[in-house]
Design a protein around this ligand. Structure first.
Ligand SMILES: [Zn+2]
Ligand SMILES: [Zn+2]
Length: 541
């Protein structure tokens, strides 16, 4: 009873799947992608990670076998946005590949077999880093499967009934009574978006068509044709025996595609549709700029490969798993340090080192943490502040960076023991991550660039009080000082000189960086060369 009271949202989904399909020995989960451009981390939310968590829960709690599929709609035709982005300076190619199936378009960068494979690379090849076990099904192969062929045949055989049923939901633009709901690939120009089927032969398993793009009339195997997408979706459910598939907000409306597909599945294929939930979009903010929703065909987003250049996979997993699916999300790359802090907090809650206001909240955070792990939950002793490390990585240059960082972390009491090998590796990795983050992914305000010398105009701009405060501070810093001593001394000086703390900080940042703001001052000073700091605050260099 208590258990149910605190049911985590993903536990609830798993329970509902089992309740809907109590007799299934193997549970099949699905997600879907059309690779119209770079595949971004937004896709992980509704197409990958919800399924991955549900898989773990069903396996552990309900002891059923679970297969997670990801359907790649590579028969789908490319849209205008995609060809424009892929071939930006080539009008001829834009025209040539418009409406052509994704597996039939060449790689615009020339390094892979085709368009789809190129944009798949930075996404699918990193699944193992996120601890994912997913079976890929491409629609170009799906249409060759005997089970699929049976369905295509039955849909074409009963097409009067199919058209009638579909038209109940297409009041504004009904299909003609003799409509054939498949699109073959034109053998001449390769377009799949511009063909109309004009006849078929189920014995020979062929379809006749006209192409409205190039004018070609021909006959091709039905293996080279795709069903209208709603019919395609229900065929996939049936053939792969899908019990659960989340979907994007665009399919969610009442009377929308998901609901109608549920009806089609029952009436046309005599199959209960999978359980599903709808999922909100994910937007991206980078370098302070709001880029809006991540979109593959608009080439907006960052890939899993890029994510792994600056953060643990667990951080992304935790963000998605810890956020309910109907909540719109924005991933702001300037806030990676906050995302780390959220994760560290969850880790503390999980190991009962921190309590939260309510048991429910604790339960949810613990579940989210557990489900975000790579492999089993491991106890970690260190939690290092990401933003602080991003400063260290800019300040400590040259040899033995990891060792010198460890020394500094100990001096600053961010580390209270000698790290073991795995912790050392962790520190090294974080230094690497933060280094990449600073270089590629974050706003300039996180970049630390010291002035070579303090220019006269900055010196002239400082008030007498500011100069006096810096001078006193410099004298104090000539000795080795502990962090709390430095903090107390700053308070003392600002009081004695009667200067607002803010003015004092402005002065310190101005002489270091030439701008009035910067990273947290005390740890920064502690991590810098003492002579440099003293001379600088005495305005000697
Ligand atoms: Zn390539
Ligand atoms: Zn054609």
């Amino acid at each position: 009873m208590k258990e149910k009271e605190y049911e985590f949202w993903l536990d609830e989904i798993a329970r509902k799947i089992i309740e809907k399909f109590p007799k299934e020995k193997t549970i099949h989960l699905n997600g879907g992608l059309s690779i119209r451009g770079p595949q971004h981390i937004g896709r992980f939310r509704s197409e990958i990670l919800i399924q991955d968590s549900v898989k773990k829960i069903i396996e552990q709690k309900y002891k059923r076998k679970v297969i997670q599929y990801l359907t790649l709609y590579d028969m789908d035709g490319q849209k205008i946005k995609g060809v424009k982005k892929g071939f930006p300076n080539d009008k001829e190619k834009q025209q040539k590949y418009l409406g052509v199936s994704l597996f039939n378009i060449p790689d615009p960068f020339g390094c892979c077999k085709n368009w789809q494979e190129h944009f798949w690379k930075d996404f699918g090849e990193y699944f193992k880093n996120f601890d994912l076990d997913i079976k890929i099904v491409k629609t170009s192969e799906f249409y060759k499967m005997p089970e699929t062929k049976k369905i295509v045949k039955s849909i074409l055989k009963n097409r009067k009934k199919v058209v009638e049923l579909v038209n109940r939901f297409r009041a504004r633009s009904p299909w003609p009574k003799d409509y054939i709901p498949v699109n073959p690939i034109c053998e001449k120009c390769l377009s799949i978006n511009d063909t109309d089927a004009t006849g078929f032969d189920l014995e020979k398993y062929t379809v006749d068509y006209v192409c409205n793009k190039c004018g070609h009339k021909g006959t091709t195997s039905l293996e080279n044709a795709k069903l209208n997408w709603r019919l395609e979706w229900i065929a996939i459910w049936k053939v792969l025996d899908i019990e659960f598939e989340p979907y994007g907000k665009d399919h969610a409306a009442a009377g929308g595609s998901r609901e109608t597909c549920g009806i089609f599945s029952k009436e046309l294929l005599d199959r209960e549709p999978p359980y599903g939930i709808w999922c909100e979009w994910v937007s991206l903010k980078m370098k302070g700029k709001d880029l809006g929703q991540m979109t593959a065909s608009g080439f907006v987003g960052i890939t899993p490969k890029q994510w792994l250049e600056f953060a643990y996979p667990e951080i992304l997993k935790y963000m998605y798993i810890g956020t309910r699916p109907h909540t719109a999300m924005t991933i702001d790359l300037d806030k990676i340090s906050n995302y780390y802090d959220d994760y560290y907090k969850a880790e503390k809650v999980y190991f009962n080192k921190e309590n939260l206001n309510t048991k429910r909240e604790e339960h949810n955070i613990k579940r989210a943490f557990e489900l975000s792990q790579i492999g089993s939950v491991k106890k970690s002793k260190i939690q290092l502040n990401y933003e602080f490390l991003s400063q260290i990585t800019q300040i400590i240059k040259g040899q033995n960076k990891t060792e010198r960082t460890i020394e500094l972390l100990k001096k600053l009491k961010q580390l209270d023991h000698d790290p073991d090998r795995s912790e050392r590796e962790k520190i090294e990795k974080l230094l690497n991550y933060t280094n990449n983050w600073i270089k590629e992914y974050t706003s300039d305000s996180f970049k630390i660039e010291f002035l070579e010398t303090v220019p006269d105009d900055i010196i002239n701009e400082l008030t007498k009080e500011q100069k006096d405060a810096l001078g006193k501070f410099a004298e104090f810093l000539k000795e080795d000082r502990k962090e709390e001593e430095v903090v107390n001394e700053m308070k003392k000086i600002t009081k004695e000189i009667n200067i607002r703390p803010e003015k004092f900080f402005n002065a310190a940042y101005l002489v270091l960086f030439g701008k009035p703001q910067g990273p947290r001052l005390v740890p920064l000073i502690q991590s810098l060369d003492k002579d440099f700091v003293v001379k600088r605050f005495l305005l000697e260099t």
